[in-house]
Write a protein of this length. Structure first.
Length: 148
């Protein structure tokens, strides 16, 4: 009752680091809502607590959602999870380094560069999906018309 939404994602500018988009826990599962469109970051940081998932499939699904955001936006993603799966994902969705579920540790690896050209999703968002659904609906209607 005393909670209210904050502003949309904002790009963090930190000394010695490229501009970053910060995502806390489940913010990483929402496509199209992970970056500040006015100030595009060069990488994404996802800090999360997956402890409540235990050893279920939850941490794996959460990590996979983070991979999808990296691919959609064409940005590398660093994920730090206290007991979940931590790792570095490149902008193509390839897992560069991980710390397994239930383990702790530190990895010192170079941050991959963001893609130079925006991905179709970063450029057009869900419009691509809407157009695909419209084409599929049109094809289905035409097939139905031709069969009857």
């Amino acid at each position: 009752m005393d909670l209210s939404p904050g502003p949309r994602s904002r790009t963090m500018k930190m000394s010695g680091f490229p501009p970053a988009g910060a995502l806390i826990c489940y913010e990483v599962i929402f496509p199209g809502r992970v970056i500040d469109p006015a100030s595009r970051p060069q990488w994404l940081l996802n800090v999360t607590n997956d402890a409540w998932f235990g050893t279920s499939s939850g941490p794996y699904q959460h990590f996979t959602s983070a991979r999808l955001r990296a691919v959609e936006e064409g940005l590398p993603l660093v994920r730090s999870a206290n007991t979940g799966i931590s790792g570095l994902i490149d902008p193509y969705g390839r897992v560069v380094e991980t710390i397994a579920l239930g383990h702790s540790g530190v990895r010192d690896v170079p941050l991959p560069a963001a893609l130079v050209v925006l991905t179709p999703y970063a450029r057009f968002g869900d419009l691509v999906l809407v157009l695909q659904l419209m084409v599929a609906g049109l094809v289905a209607a035409l097939l139905r018309f031709l069969v009857l």
